[in-house]
Design a protein around this ligand. Sequence first.
Ligand code: FPP
Ligand code: MG
Length: 291
Amino acid sequence: MNEINKLISGFFEPPIRDYIDKIPSGKQLRSRLICAIAKESDKRFLLSAIVETIHLASLLHDDIIDDAKTRRGAPAVFVTDGAKKAIMIGDIFYATAFSKLSAFDSAIAQIISEAVAKLSYGEFLDAELSKSFNTDRKKYENMIYLKTSALIEASCEAAAILAGKDRDRFRRFGALLGVAFQTIDDLLDITQDTATLGKPALNDLSEGKVTLPLIDYYHTADENEKAKALSFFKKKLKTNDAKRLRAALYKSGAIDKSRQYAAALLNEAKGLVENDEELLAAAESLISRIK
Ligand code: FPP
Ligand code: MG
């Protein structure tokens, strides 16, 4: 178990601790960034553990909101233990993480808590946008900035403060990476097959989430194609319909447009950390996910 996972486990007593062990570990992008930016700080692992615990709490709640039955290849906690427990465990994770923030300067505590307010609002907007077929690119971009990028942005800025580095530069780096990360996640939902994803392909549209490639496709589509896309909204897609829609998204150029958007964000991010091999590698690892 790595240093960060040990700290997270140490935040809790059984039976709550058991849930930490039950949830498979993710990519820990936020921790990787914090540890790379604040290499010299003794507090980098504690800050990482706090941020990962907040992230875990948000995922426990998010799976209930999205009715997403698997997480990281395992059944979601609300599936194995029921929604009531998953909500309460999320609350315990979230509140405990916050209590640990008191070990940091108020500037860091403020940055992280503001980011959690943003991600909660982002989740609210995501649910609101999912009520109808959203075709407004600006609304979508704002929502993914809040839902996903804000905590990554805050992690980078807080780590820069810990390390005495230029906080504005690292804040921007994190914000760019965050939006790129969600854009790539949304692309993979369309481009990867069910076996690789561990969930049905084009699942976002079935959940009511009209992501960037679909928004761009909609704006170039003819009336027939628009009607077809609308008819798939919040429906479980048949294999053939999914294949046809995916092919149409490729043909319209919408997939390429999203790929280029994510790549441009990551290139801008790389320009901010030119001499830092670890941070460049973090950006590169996201670029390599653009498929
Ligand atoms: C995943 O998005 C969801 C988030 C990044 C944020 C979720 C936020 C909340 C539930 C509110 C905050 C709550 C607490 C307790 C801090 P996604 O559904 O697009 O991604 P996925 O495919 O990984 O589920
Ligand atoms: Mg979700």
